[in-house]
Write a protein that binds this ligand. Sequence first.
Ligand code: ZN
Ligand code: ZN
Ligand code: ZN
Length: 368
Amino acid sequence: SPERVVIHAVRGKGEEGKKGNEEDFVEIGVLERAAAPMLLHEGAVYLHDGEPYLVERLDWDEGHAWVRPAAVGYYTQAISSQEVRVIRAQEQLDIGGARHAYGPVQVVSQFSSYRQVKLHTHETLGLGAIDLPEQVLETDAYWLAFGDDLLDPLRAAGLWRSDPNDYGPNWAQQRDAARARDGYRCTSCGKPESPARQHDVHHKRPFRAFGYVPGLNEAYRLANTLDNLTTLCRACHRRVEQGQRLRTGLGGLAFALGSIAPLHLMCDPRDIGVVAEQQATADGLPTVTVYEKIPAGIGFSQRLYELRNDLLRGVAELVRRCPCPRGCPACVGPVSEDADDSVDAKALTLALVQACLAGVQETHSFVV
Ligand SMILES: [Zn+2]
Ligand SMILES: [Zn+2]
Ligand SMILES: [Zn+2]
């Protein structure tokens, strides 16, 4: 398929609804195909020479988009989720329960929905679905995965929040009831359930916030009430959870690494991407991946692997020195609106980084 998408705009304003008349379209520009899912999906507000256009149609296969001038009072924000598939580790090193590695990967991105955001106030006006195939980027990445040796002490201290939950004994029943109530459709994008895979059921207020302890209380009952449950397709669910996962040590570390890495690589921050996964596809371990956005990679990943200790120290310093009390966009990332307020993302991130650095120091003293 073509490398670029050609953008056609209808000439003149306010011609909407003029059926029967051939409308006059004129080419106003082209866009890299890779950017099209984010900027030219149907329903997007596309800016051209500072003027807003509404995207009416995107022909993904042929590489054409049709837009119409529209003075809407909002902009759009496409929402994607990402999954990393490791092809192989070129080199890998286990230090104190942390596994550092680099090598070729596939980064699979799925744009599933978009938000209409009101100008100036930034409030969400509505959500829409994006219906485009997965995008696969073949590139190189550096990744950092956490094993139980490193996580168990953090778990014991209450400083690790990224384990999958035990949703209590009524979960299967409540889950089925929620799916039936929602008509077996995703409540975010409307996609119907397929025979191959049931949709997920998501807790609007995070399950963790209810403080269920098996054998000790019955807090799962409140967490699993139907009012707190909603049916989501896999893509929408991943997107929602990614928003919430920012309030964890894993998300905080990923965010901070994304700010620190370009300084060490002396590259444009847009040349790299960061993904935090609660369970990586390859080995099921919680993993943070920094990947190169330039297809096939240009050596950044190996460099990050070599610089791993400097990066971790950089993250620790960035987070420690930030004057915010519990994490902010300057250190561990933005706070999602529906996140659990009791979570101190800053402390969780620092604990995780310090656990990694403790391993580094032990290795050194062992060598000496
Ligand atoms: Zn969905
Ligand atoms: Zn969920
Ligand atoms: Zn901060």
